[in-house]
Design a protein around this ligand. Structure first.
Ligand SMILES: Cc1ncc(COP(=O)(O)O)c(C=O)c1O
Length: 477
């Protein structure tokens, strides 16, 4: 071959090593067919002389081309260009990709029900546990751990669940994963593909989306102020029902004692029936005594209990868990024993040690006070607008439901709020059947709003909705 073809502009002082420049140049010439298939490459010595570089540089470049299959070597004869399949060289259109990224709306005031308080996190303590773990003494944690999660964390979770939620389980029944949204698909796979799932309507949209993506049969079941309507569930062919008894998402209803009994009786009537109990924000309850989990009342091993550290620690941690009834544990072991845990072992041990030394309980007590303050402030301020605005679902969690008397629709009111830089979330967005509600209702998350900003935030919202403050009787005295 004519060696001029290999007369590359090698930048001797460039950032890229010479062998790499040479390798890229020859590869490009082969791909673009400037050098034909079967053509013999110059010997290392000749090319080294021609390009005025060392033979070693040529040797490394040829070795790389050989390893990647661009050239072949014939003993004592030399190197030849290989036949390669045409590769689809498509220049990625990065601008198109960037444009397609959904933009997260940002508001000056955001009543997002998923936000938590970020001002009271015990960084110092957390940092101590993280620092202590990243040490030679924990080098074994560099290796893969148990698929169900670290026994140390499962033990802490089992203790916590027993003490605070009345859930009786052993660490062996617990599976840890990176969020409810990663764990639910695992639960789905414990049931046959023709299993029919019932979901609360309105409900948690992530769950609905996920069940549909996995092509499972889904039935929406109505929710009222006592939680999911079990009589409606009884009339369906559903086998498994997903519910949020402690604080229905999104209405905030607490499942009444009668409904709890009805739900467990429904499940007990057939071996194929199960209840998935999502206890996502049960740590925060503002009225009455704590209500134990539904799992705690179950005598027939019919409840798959699940919860998360998203509200109690932070959403970015991505740690949640489920507790399987013993019967389903065997199925789980058959299906999932080949997979590794989705949560890094170091993170699991940070949480476990934090719990073991009592910091989780301390943090929860502190956060209960923080959220109660915010909750009480919110409810007091909202009373000023009670002629047009009623609040429900305020017994627990980090959001309430606002029922608004207004001539404008939910969508129009949302638009007014968004235009004023306020994020507010219509209940219709959480309906699984896509029907618009006849009432005007919004989710109002208060977890992420600093307590001193609650009054001004509500005032701005009411101003942009043209809802006047009422004069309370107490003001006249
Ligand atoms: C009903 C419900 N379940 C679970 C979660 C938490 O999900 P994850 O553990 O994936 O963060 C949320 C979060 O807002 C929720 O609303």
């Amino acid at each position: 071959m004519n060696m001029d073809m290999l007369l590359f502009e090698l930048e001797k002082d460039g950032g890229k090593p010479l062998y790499d420049q040479l390798y890229s140049g020859i590869k490009e010439a082969i791909i673009t067919k400037k050098i034909a298939v079967g053509e013999k490459l110059p010997s290392k010595r000749k090319l080294a002389d021609f390009l005025n570089i060392s033979q070693t540089t040529i040797e490394i470049a040829y070795a790389q081309l050989l390893a990647e299959g661009y050239i072949m070597s014939k003993s004592r004869v030399g190197y030849f260009v290989e036949e390669i399949d045409d590769l689809p060289y498509i220049q990625p259109d990065t601008t198109a990709f960037i444009n397609e990224q959904p933009k997260k709306k940002s508001f000056n005031i955001d009543f997002n029900p998923g936000s938590i308080d970020i001002d009271a996190f015990p960084f110092q303590t957390w940092r101590k546990y993280a620092r202590d773990l990243f040490d030679d003494a924990s080098k074994e944690l560099l290796l893969t751990g148990e698929p169900q999660g670290e026994p140390a964390l499962r033990t802490e979770i089992a203790n916590y669940l027993y003490q605070s939620r009345g859930v009786v389980c052993s660490p062996e029944q617990i599976v840890i994963g990176s969020g409810t949204e990663q764990l639910l698909p695992m639960i789905l796979r414990l049931f046959s593909e023709d299993t029919c799932f019932a979901l609360e309507n309105p409900g948690y949209p992530t769950v609905h989306r996920m069940f549909s993506q996995y092509k499972r049969k889904v039935l929406p079941i109505a929710v009222d102020d006592e939680g999911i309507v079990i009589h409606a569930l009884e009339k369906t062919s559903a086998d498994v029902v997903y519910i949020t008894p402690s604080h229905q998402f999104p209405t905030g209803a607490v499942l009444s004692a009668t409904r709890r009994a009805q739900a467990l009786n429904w499940a007990a009537q057939s071996p194929s029936r199960y209840i998935i109990e999502d206890d996502y924000d049960s740590e925060f309850r503002y009225t009455g005594k704590p209500i134990p989990a539904l799992q705690a009342l179950d005598r027939n091993d019919k409840v798959i209990y699940m919860s998360t550290f998203t509200k109690s620690l932070m959403p970015s941690l991505r740690v949640a868990y489920f507790v399987l009834p013993p019967k389903l544990l065997a199925t789980y072991n058959d299906v999932f024993n080949y997979y590794s845990s989705t949560v890094p072992r170091f993170d699991q041990h940070i949480v476990a040690n934090f719990m073991r030394d009592g910091h989780f309980s301390k943090h929860l007590n502190r956060m209960r006070k923080v959220y109660r303050k915010k909750h009480d402030k919110l409810t007091t301020i909202l009373e000023n607008y009670s002629s047009q605005v009623k609040m429900t679902g305020e017994q627990a969690g980090m959001h309430v439901l606002l029922n608004v008397q207004h001539p404008l629709s939910e969508q129009q009111l949302q638009q007014h709020a968004n235009n004023a830089g306020i994020g507010i979330y219509p209940l219709s967005d959480y309906r699984l059947d896509g029907l618009l509600s006849t009432q005007v209702q919004f989710l109002l998350g208060f977890g992420g709003i600093p307590v001193h900003q609650i009054e001004a935030s509500i005032e701005r919202l009411m101003d942009c909705w043209n809802i006047p403050k009422i004069t309370l009787m107490a003001d006249n005295h």
